[in-house]
Design a protein around this ligand. Structure first.
Ligand code: AMP
Length: 225
């Protein structure tokens, strides 16, 4: 794949705005690599690696994992061959130092960010989505008790195993994640707006409706064919 064809996108927004769901739809539509730091950290925890053990201390409380750990994960992942056609960064960067480290790494590798999609959502929608989310421990599929219910209550449609609630989706931790977002991540909206990269969309609407809107936005700007 040539450099010209590469499309690199950042998904920014509060937890629960639907970034992960949008990322799933976008990677399929444009054949990009989905780089989710949350997923990578959860895999590291599952494997019981040193990174996972360290990350768990922070994640269980809804705090941010140190910048150096997540930045290294992303830089390594973006250096793999399957990232050469472009990536969707979901949940990264979350702090100014992460954004700056990403800028440096992209520069060194002759890459650029094409667009930062800021998925905003209202507080009641965010809380309803996060506290109702249930996850399959086998395939990682996200369900929701009312919005995306499995065929059989509490059981994955594909793997037939019990779904679980992420520890950090419990109400007290959700509150802290939102505080952390306001304190550490919200500034990145201004950071990317100043660079002329920000596109804001409304995450309150359904995932399918939002995808159609985003797709026509990207097509209109000639970012995808
Ligand atoms: P997410 O799945 O994106 O909601 O992330 C879940 C948790 O993983 C967050 O609450 C943080 O503890 C941690 N995490 C994910 N991405 C980052 C990041 N870019 N920087 C620091 N911590 C992160």
């Amino acid at each position: 794949m040539t450099e010209e064809k590469q499309f690199n996108l950042i998904l920014l927004g509060p937890p629960g705005a639907g970034k992960g769901t949008q990322a799933g739809l976008l990677v399929n539509a444009y054949d990009l690599l989905h780089v989710s730091t949350g997923d990578m950290l959860r895999s590291a925890i599952k494997e019981g690696s040193a990174t996972g053990l360290k990350a768990q201390e922070y994640m269980s409380k809804g705090e941010l994992v140190p910048d150096s750990i997540v930045t290294q994960l992303v830089v390594d992942r973006m250096g793999k061959p399957d990232a050469s056609g472009g990536v969707i960064l979901d949940g990264f960067p979350r702090t100014k130092p992460q954004a700056e480290a990403l800028d440096n790494s992209l520069k060194e590798n002759g890459r650029t960010i094409d667009v930062v999609l800021y998925v905003n959502a209202s507080l009641d929608v965010i809380i309803q989505r996060l506290t109702g989310r249930r996850v399959c421990p086998e395939c990682g599929m996200n369900y929701h008790i009312t919005n995306i219910p499995p065929r059989k209550e509490g059981v994955c449609d594909t793997c037939n195993v019990d779904l679980f609630q992420r520890e950090d989706d419990e109400p007290e931790t959700v509150k802290n994640r939102l505080v952390v977002y306001e304190k550490s991540t919200k500034d990145l909206i201004g950071y990317y707006r100043e660079k002329g990269l920000l596109e804001e969309v409304n995450g309150d609407i359904s995932a399918e409706e939002l995808f159609e809107e985003v797709d026509s936005l990207f097509r209109g700007e000639g970012l995808v064919k």
